[in-house]
Design a binder for this molecule. Structure first.
Ligand SMILES: Nc1nc2c(ncn2[C@@H]2O[C@H](COP(=O)(O)OP(=O)(O)OP(=O)(O)O)[C@@H](O)[C@H]2O)c(=O)[nH]1
Ligand SMILES: [Mg+2]
Length: 491
C-alpha cells in the first residue's frame, strides 16, 4: 500500500495539470497519514441504544454526553490528545473551540452549545488524554431511526460517504430491541456498509442487555438467549463477524465505581432479605421517599441511575456472597456487564487486524481518488490496487468470517468452528488459529501442517458447493501461512 501510494504521489507531482494543486497533494498526504494513525471505530445503531454510554464505558470516563443534549445529534470523534479540547467543524470548513462544562447533575461532560447551531456543525472533534484512545479513535454517532431522517442522514454519511472514500475502518452496531423496524434499518445500513466502499470490520452488540428480563437477577443470562436470537437475525444480514450482549451502563459504573456507592450498597445488602425484596419489587418502589431502607431516597435514586435495577440487585447478591471491597465488586460487575467479552472481540476482530483494516481503507480511498482525478497513470495505479483488494488473503479471511454466518455450507458444527478459528475468528496468533492452549505444551508446526492437510482434503470433497470449497481453500491458505511462519521462526 505504501509503495503504491509513493508511486501515486510521484505521478501527481510530475503531472502538469496537478503539479500546482496543493489540495490534491494534501488529500494524498491525508490518505498516507491515516495509515500511521490509530484505527477508527464507529459506534452506530438505533436511537437510544446506549451508544454514548458504551463510548464512555470503553474509554473508562464520562466524556461522551448522553441523553437528550444537542451533542447526541452530532457525529463526535474521540481521539487521544495531550489536553482536553473540543473543536466544532462547521459546514464550509470553519473551526471553533467548544467550551466543556460539567453536567450540573453530575452526569459527566456536556459541551456548551449556547453559541453553536447544531444544524450548522458538521462534526465534533474531542481530544482527551485517555490511554484507551491511544490505539483506537472512537466515533460516537447519532442514533438512526426511520422517524428522524436528518439525523440518520448524518450517521449514514459517515458510514457510507457519497464520495465513496471511507471515513472509518470498523463499525460496532448496537441494537437494543429486535423489532422489525430496527432490523430493517440495520439491514439497510448493513448492505451499504458491507459494500465495496464500506468498513471491512463489523461487530454487533445486543445493547442495554441488563434491561432484558426486566432487570431480574438472571437478566444477563436471558440477555445471552436474546443475543443468540439477535445473532441469528444479524447473521442473516451477513455483515457482522460476531455479536455480543453488553450493558454499557453497568460497565461504565463498574469502571467509575465510587466508594460512597459501595458503602450505600453494603448498607442495602445488610437489610433483611424479605424486606429488601419487597422494597425492590419495582424501580418506583425502590426510590420511594417513605421507604424504611437505611439509605436515603436521593442516594437510592442516584444508585438507580448509575446501576439500573439489575446492577443494584447483582451488586447486593455479590456483596452477600462475601465480596468485601469496592475493587472486587467493580471487577465482578465489569465481567458481568459483557464489556470484557466485547473488548476481547474488538481486540480479535479489530485491534489485531488494525493495519489490515487501515490498509483496506487506504486502498479503497486511493482508488476513488485516482478515478476522481484521472491522469495518465490512473489505469496503472488501479491495476496495482485491484488485485490487492481482491486477492489479499487477510481481506478474504474477514469477508469469509462475515459471510460464513449467513451463507449455507456443507460443513458440520465442529468443522465450522475450526474453520472460523483457522481463518482468525478467535484471534490471529498461531495458537488461537490452531486452537492450541498457550499454557500447555504443544507442537505448533505439526498442528499447522495437519490443519493444512485436513483442509486440503476437505476442500476436495466431491459434495461441496462452491462457497464451501472457497471457504476450505481459504483455510488451506491460512494454515499454509502458519506452516511458513513456523519455518521462518526456526530459521
Ligand atoms: N439500563 C441501562 N440503561 C442504559 C444502558 N446504556 C444506556 N442506558 C441509558 O439509556 C439512555 C440513553 O443512553 P445513551 O448512551 O445516551 O444512548 P445513545 O444510543 O447514545 O442515544 P442517542 O445518541 O440519543 O441515540 C440513558 O438514560 C442511559 O443511562 C445500559 O446498558 N443499561
Ligand atoms: Mg448518543
Amino acid at each position: 500500500m505504501r509503495a503504491i501510494l509513493a508511486g501515486t504521489v510521484q505521478a501527481y507531482r510530475s503531472d502538469p495539470a496537478y503539479q500546482h494543486r496543493p489540495d490534491i497533494h494534501d488529500e494524498l498526504d491525508w490518505i498516507g497519514r491515516r495509515l500511521n494513525q490509530p484505527i477508527r471505530i464507529a459506534l452506530a445503531g438505533t436511537l437510544k441504544a446506549g451508544k454514548s454510554t458504551l463510548v464512555n464505558a470503553l474509554v473508562g470516563e464520562e466524556i461522551a454526553p448522553t441523553d437528550a443534549t444537542e451533542a447526541t445529534r452530532i457525529v463526535t470523534w474521540f481521539r487521544n490528545g495531550p489536553t482536553p479540547r473540543v473543536t466544532a467543524n462547521h459546514r464550509g470548513g470553519r473551526r471553533t473551540n467548544v467550551p466543556i462544562t460539567r453536567d450540573p447533575r453530575d452526569r459527566g461532560l456536556t459541551f456548551d452549545f449556547t453559541r453553536l447551531d447544531p444544524a450548522e456543525v458538521f462534526d465534533l472533534d474531542v481530544e482527551w488524554p485517555a490511554a484507551e484512545l491511544i490505539d483506537a479513535t472512537i466515533i460516537d454517532t447519532p442514533g438512526t431511526s426511520s422517524l428522524n431522517r436528518d439525523v440518520s442522514e448524518r450517521t449514514l454519511r459517515l458510514l457510507v460517504p457519497e464520495d465513496g472514500v471511507p471515513r472509518v475502518d470498523a463499525v460496532v452496531f448496537l441494537l437494543r430491541t429486535l423489532n422489525a423496524a430496527d432490523i430493517a434499518l440495520l439491514k439497510q445500513i448493513g448492505t451499504l456498509v458491507g459494500g465495496a466502499s464500506g468498513a471491512l470490520g463489523v461487530i454487533g452488540v445486543a445493547s442495554r442487555a441488563d434491561e432484558i428480563g426486566a432487570g431480574r437477577i438472571d437478566a444477563m443470562l436471558s440477555a445471552k438467549d436474546v443475543a443468540t436470537r439477535f445473532t441469528a437475525e444479524m447473521d442473516k444480514t451477513g455483515i457482522c463477524q460476531a455479536v455480543v450482549p453488553v450493558s454499557g451502563l453497568l460497565a461504565l459504573t463498574a469502571r467509575t465505581l465510587r466508594q460512597s456507592e459501595f458503602v450505600a450498597l453494603e448498607k442495602l445488602a445488610g437489610v433483611d432479605a424479605t424486606e429488601l425484596n419487597k422494597a425492590m419489587l419495582s424501580a418506583d418502589r425502590f426510590v420511594r421517599e417513605d421507604s424504611q431502607l437505611p439509605v436515603d431516597a436521593a442516594t437510592r435514586a442516584a444508585l438507580l441511575e448509575r446501576f439500573g435495577m439489575f446492577g443494584i440487585r447483582i451488586s447486593i447478591a455479590v456483596l452477600r456472597a462475601g465480596i468485601s471491597d469496592s475493587v472486587a465488586l467493580a471487577d465482578e460487575l465489569l465481567e458481568r456487564s459483557g464489556l470484557v467479552a466485547l473488548r476481547d472481540v474488538i481486540d480479535q476482530q479489530f485491534a489485531q487486524r488494525s493495519d489490515l483494516l487501515k490498509a483496506h481503507t487506504a486502498l479503497v480511498s486511493l482508488r476513488r481518488f485516482v478515478e476522481a482525478h484521472p491522469i495518465y497513470a490512473t489505469p496503472y495505479i488501479v491495476a496495482d490496487i485491484d488485485p490487492l483488494l481482491a486477492d489479499t488473503h487477510a481481506f478474504e479471511e474477514l469477508r469469509l468470517l462475515s459471510a460464513l454466518r449467513s451463507r449455507p455450507t456443507t460443513l458440520n458444527d465442529e468443522e465450522m468452528a475450526s474453520l472460523r478459528r483457522i481463518i482468525g475468528g478467535s484471534g490471529t496468533d498461531p495458537a488461537s488459529r490452531l486452537g492450541l492452549q498457550p499454557d500447555t505444551p504443544y507442537d505448533g508446526p505439526r498442528a499447522a501442517f495437519a490443519a493444512a492437510q485436513r483442509w486440503r482434503r476437505r476442500a476436495d470433497h466431491p459434495l461441496n458447493d462452491p462457497f464451501t470449497t472457497r471457504a476450505c481453500r481459504a483455510a488451506v491458505r491460512s494454515a499454509e501461512a502458519l506452516v511458513a511462519e513456523y519455518a521462518a521462526q526456526r530459521r
